[in-house]
Design a protein around this ligand. Structure first.
Ligand code: 7TS
Length: 421
């Protein structure tokens, strides 16, 4: 295996006019195994993607050669670790086209990024102030706001969705109002696959002077994201959903807004001076990153971004759109199967139910045939409530998936239907 994180072993190197998926798959050791006697068909990338050797090697190289604490050492290893950590910040900045690395705050993931905003910006809110979210949010873009509402008497307003799983934009326009202090909306729904018109939402909120947080967890690895073009104020995402490590994520924040946020967690690195008569705080982004950070995570995240960019976000989006179209057609031909989430603009998520079979049973039978999907409420219980169902079976796609894997899933589903008949 290649140990150089900046060179692709085979996958992206061989590309010309579309993805050479078989070559890309050579970069993902985990995909080459049998599960219950079948080749693994990993169709659960919305929960977490897999990692290429380039990312695994970057982490191993970091711990093998370069590890020390960051931002404090005078010695060589500390300088190297700092360069790797800050290099990953610059790589991330470029990836989402932020204006400055001061706008890139490393967090544990999307969940922590949203909680950071709730705990800081939220301190400004009072009784009767409103936060506007949508009916298709992941729990991590619901519960932090509900906690804030309990603490401060803030009110949560929810934009409803139609039966296809699309945001009702006329309702959004009715719900956004004089008391709205923040709009917090997902870019792509993890349960339905809906891609929301975030640019339009941001423009509408900004026309009223209201900031917008976008939950990018399900978008970041599947399409090009440009925070300046989108003009959002916050954009949150997780490393593990973009071929990077778990335990690291990003809060992008518009610098002029981040500057106004109070410190969040207190500790080392976020201060300039500390005495018992008072403390002065560090500049952005360090002011919002207390304590020793996940340096190896940043090393892995930087390598993951390099990898995605070498493959190309446009080609990734095109390949996943092909997989979604193929899967939607094939699933649509399975008797008794109903797709949940049929928005006009969808990402690579196919949620479905089959008459008479519980989603968990679907997941178990598929696993017996080597197919990994997620079954349940997908941490989006209000979506399930909206459709009056306990959960769905959900196949989700990444650039390393193939039509053959979808065939394997559909074949196993047909067997499941016969088993449960
Ligand atoms: N927002 C969305 C839209 C998500 O899909 C998820 C995770 C999160 C936030 C939280 O991300 P974390 O990395 O902080 O946990 N979604 C899923 C999923 O669909 N299946 O498992 C996790």
């Amino acid at each position: 295996m290649n140990s150089n994180a900046t060179t692709l072993t085979s996958g992206a190197a061989a590309l010309a006019g579309g993805l050479d998926v078989e070559a890309i798959r050579q970069d993902f050791p985990i995909l080459h195994q049998q599960i219950n006697g079948y080749p693994l068909a990993y169709l659960d990338s919305a929960a977490s993607t897999q990692r290429p050797v380039q990312v695994i090697d970057a982490i191993r190289r970091y711990y093998t050669h370069d590890h020390a604490n960051v931002h404090r050492g005078v010695h060589t290893l500390s300088h190297r670790a700092t360069d790797i950590y800050e290099g990953a910040r610059e790589t991330t900045r470029r990836f989402i086209n932020a204006r400055s690395t001061r706008e890139i705050v490393f967090t544990r993931g999307t969940t922590e990024a949203i909680n950071l905003v709730a705990a800081t910006l939220g301190q400004r809110l009072g009784a009767g102030d409103e936060i506007l979210i949508s009916a298709m949010e992941h729990h991590s873009n619901i519960v932090p706001w509900q906690m804030l509402c309990e603490q401060r008497g803030t009110i949560l307003r929810v934009v409803p969705i139609n039966d296809r799983g699309e945001l009702l934009l006329d309702e959004f326009e009715k719900l956004i109002g004089k008391r709205t202090r923040l709009v917090a909306i997902t870019h792509v729904s993890n349960a339905l696959g809906t891609v929301n018109p975030v640019q339009q939402i941001v423009a509408s909120a900004h026309a009223r002077g209201i900031p917008v947080l976008i939950d990018g967890a399900q978008a970041i690895a599947h399409q090009a994201v440009d925070v300046q073009a989108m003009d959002c104020d916050f954009y949150a995402f997780s490393g593990h959903k973009m071929c990077g490590p778990t335990g690291i994520g990003v809060l992008y924040g518009r610098e002029s807004l981040l500057e106004t946020l109070p410190p969040w967690q207190g500790g080392g690195d976020m201060i300039l001076t500390v005495s018992f008569s008072g403390t002065t705080y560090n500049e952005l982004p360090y002011r919002l990153e207390a304590g020793t950070p996940h340096i190896a995570g940043a090393a892995g995240l930087g390598a993951a971004i390099d990898y995605l960019q070498k493959i190309g976000m446009e080609d990734i989006a095109r390949h996943e759109a092909d997989l979604l179209a193929y899967a939607s057609q094939a699933l649509g031909e399975v008797p008794g199967l109903r797709l949940v989430g049929t928005a006009a603009h969808k990402a690579g998520v196919a949620s479905f139910n089959i008459d008479g079979i519980h989603p968990h049973d679907i997941g178990t039978v598929l696993d017996q045939h080597g197919v990994a999907i997620r079954a349940g409420h997908h941490c989006a219980m209000p979506v399930m409530e909206r459709y009056g169902i306990p959960g769905t079976a959900r196949a989700s796609f990444a650039f390393y998936n193939t039509r053959t894997e979808i065939d394997q899933m559909v074949g196993a589903l047909r067997l499941a239907i016969r088993m449960f008949a």
